[in-house]
Design a protein around this ligand. Structure first.
Ligand code: 5GP
Ligand code: MG
Length: 176
């Protein structure tokens, strides 16, 4: 698989993200909501670069039922923290069509937070189908299917330390 972003590049991007988030919130207490499962690696790296009082919760949004085809989005928020009157920062791996973040933000807005912002590692070029922009973006990437650093193909490759493009021949040779 072709490497798109190596370990050092990813680390630099996450550090930049943390700098921007710190500039936006300062010392204000923050409630992070990680979108499972793709955000776990980013979540672990990012929160250790933030110094404000921090609470970390998660919810699960799944739309890629299998492979690279998009399915119906389901949100499971049973594990989430109370966000009422909190400043909430949603963390996700990638902003693709944008439907996931729009639906997650809408769900959170119903819970009376003080504010909701969004941060993503990646934004895919030319894919957005919604009138919405994430507040913090580490990398803009071309329209290709990527895996690694939390992102999966059929639940594999999340543990790669780099971000790789999964090309058609990689998909063909993928062993389940
Ligand atoms: P959206 O709702 O913005 O179209 O999709 C967001 C979700 O789709 C991401 O959280 C991620 O789980 C999945 N996704 C979108 N593009 C990619 C990709 O290139 N690779 C992987 N592994 N997942 C993707
Ligand atoms: Mg996801």
């Amino acid at each position: 698989m072709k490497t798109l972003l190596d370990e050092d590049e990813l680390q630099a991007g996450v550090t930049q993200l943390a700098t921007e988030i710190t500039a936006a919130y300062g010392d204000r207490p923050l409630t992070i909501v990680g979108v499972l499962t793709g955000s776990v690696v980013l979540l672990a790296d990012l929160i250790r670069l933030l110094d404000m009082p921090l609470r970390v919760g998660v919810l699960q949004a799944s739309s890629y039922r299998s492979g690279t085809t998009r399915g119906q989005l389901t949100i499971n928020s049973e594990m989430m923290l109370n966000v009422a009157e909190r400043d909430v920062l949603v963390i996700d791996d990638i902003f693709d069509t944008g439907h996931t973040l729009v639906e997650v933000v809408a769900k959170l807005q119903d819970l009376s937070p003080n504010s909701v912002k969004t941060a993503v590692l990646l934004r895919k070029h030319g894919r957005q189908e919604v009138e919405f922009a994430p507040d913090f973006v580490a990398f803009d990437i071309p329209n290709e299917f990527v895996v690694g650093y939390g992102l999966d193909y059929a639940d594999q490759y999340r543990n790669l330390r780099y971000l790789a493009v999964m090309e058609p021949e990689d998909l063909a040779s993928h062993c389940p």
